[in-house]
Design a protein around this ligand. Structure first.
Ligand code: FE
Length: 334
């Protein structure tokens, strides 16, 4: 009798192992995040679950094109990319599929994921004000809108409007102020520019250090990288709009592809990425904030100070992206 029980238990165990393995063996990922950032996560997941992960990395645009042209034949199960504008686009182009998961809904703040469940934020970055600690007092700063005030004439530096980060920022401004209100803000910024817009955030910050301007707008992790290289950096972050809309935030995130061959495994991996143990690996590697509220921010990032963040759903960054691009063009923001 005892032997019988043991045997039955063994069979059950083997069956359940087999069952999990049928959807957990393999996963193919297209990633716009670079290998150095994502490989440690993939390795940790493989070690924990035995799921083998193969991946390719490229820029967001080419990956989306590739998914579209591969269609049903794609090998990709999951798309990882940055900026809600890009994720929204991928959903709009029909390369993602909705995922119903109570785990994802519990772990990820509601405004950081698609209302249609096609994409989910996995790390959070703020796009905030950066200033020269030599020439600016934080008391002089207040809001994004105020960067258009006369006191910042010939002192403001910006990154190019071609970058999706600024398109998303302006989309969120349109949601807050309407098109006319947002256009006034952008025109006032352009009128205050001390130099032509820069190709990236880091060059913009270096220009502030070189005295070409005094304030700018930057993604927090670029500031973090510069600060890591130079702890004596004469720059600091400022959290604007604390009495109103809050700091503009954006995400890196992911979605399960429409023609995934390992859908279950892809969802399991997404859920794992949003869990406590993976959130730090994912966010800390790029000096970002976790999207899971129960996870602590890395001390180096937390040291930049607490802030109130905008709670507007990031789908707006996609919905209003074209309006934002046209608006910036009208306002001569290049
Ligand atoms: Fe970036």
């Amino acid at each position: 009798m005892k032997k019988h029980h043991l045997f039955a238990a063994l069979v059950l165990t083997l069956l359940s192992l087999g069952a999990t393995n049928t959807f957990a063996k393999e996963l193919v990922i297209y990633s716009a995040r670079n290998e150095q950032l994502i490989k440690p996560l993939f390795d940790a997941y493989t070690k924990e679950t035995g799921t083998e992960i193969s991946f390719i990395t490229d820029k967001a645009g080419p990956l989306l094109q590739r998914l579209k042209s591969e269609g049903k034949n794609t090998r990709a199960d999951l798309l990882i990319t940055v900026d809600a504008g890009n994720l929204w686009h991928a959903a709009r182009e029909g390369v993602l599929q909705p995922v119903e998961s109570i785990i994802l809904q519990a772990n990820i703040l509601v405004h950081l994921r698609d209302p249609g469940n096609q994409w989910f934020g996995l790390s959070l970055r703020a796009r905030t004000i950066v200033y020269s600690t030599e020439r600016v007092k934080p008391a002089d700063l207040s809001t994004y809108e105020e960067l258009g005030a006369p006191q910042w004439k010939d002192r403001l530096l910006l990154r190019t409007s071609k970058k999706v980060y600024n398109q998303s920022l302006v989309a969120m401004l349109i949601a807050e102020h309407g098109e006319d209100g947002a256009e006034q803000v952008i025109r006032s910024w352009v009128a205050n520019l001390a130099a032509k817009p820069f190709s990236n955030d880091t060059k913009m910050m270096q220009a502030i250090l070189a005295g070409q301007g005094d304030v700018g707008i930057v993604n927090t992790y670029y500031f973090g990288r510069l600060l890591k290289k130079n702890p004596e950096l004469k720059l600091a972050l400022f959290w604007p709009n604390q009495k109103s809309t809050g700091v503009h935030v954006n995400i890196s995130g992911a979605g399960v592809t429409r023609y995934a061959k390992h859908t279950e495994a892809a969802i399991k991996f997404l859920e794992w990425l949003s869990s406590e143990k993976a959130q730090n690996l994912f966010a800390d590697g790029n000096m970002e904030y976790p999207v899971n509220q129960s996870v602590a921010t890395h001390p180096d990032v937390a040291a930049w100070g607490d802030f109130k963040a905008s709670k507007q759903n990031l789908a707006i960054a996609g919905q209003l992206q074209n309006s934002a691009i046209r608006l910036m063009d009208r306002a001569d923001y290049r």
